[in-house]
Ligand binder design. Sequence first.
Ligand SMILES: [Zn+2]
Length: 216
Amino acid sequence: MHKLITHLKHLILPTFCAYCKIFYQDDTQVLCSECKAAIRPVVSHQLQITKTKSITVHAVGAYDQPLVSLLLAKRSGKRTVAHQLGKLAWQQTAVRHLEFDCVVPIPLHWTRYAWRGYNQADEIARVIAHNSGMPMVHLLRRIKRTPFQSHFTGDAREQNVMGAFALKEKTSLYKDKHLLLVDDVMTSGATLKQAARELYRLQPASITAIVISRVA
Ligand SMILES: [Zn+2]
């Protein structure tokens, strides 16, 4: 009976690879096996936050195809693609083996949110929260509208996001907790750094980050 339902579901809602659009049977997967194999893996990265603190950044893969197409699809308002990115983050990285108490998306400035209608990092964080059973919490606010990081290089990126985030509230709830910080793309790491620096004021036990792509 279950098989029949699955079969019918495939007839009504066929599964297509999110990148090459080929039809395939496994609806638990976002990409067909060929496209999945095309993801260029990157090793996890240590990002120095302060002199004594660093965070590990996990990524699904390098900033390359097929991931780039999925990441850019967000600009045409495809929330489902963002959901698929979340699935990839969960299935393709070490995140599912990590211990964390909550999932913290990097916020967008409200003007950008209003323009786009949703935050890609929120959607990815939501999928991770759902799969891990841990809550998604919005601990940060974006207090500065910063031009896209891609417009800058090197130190200018640090300058651009300096003071971009603030804690929503100063609470002791996250003291000694393990936080998972979520964003879509890491370029220089300046954004994650500023966000983590702010989160450290809550005295968490650890902060780990997960992104879809890292520009390696
Ligand atoms: Zn494919």
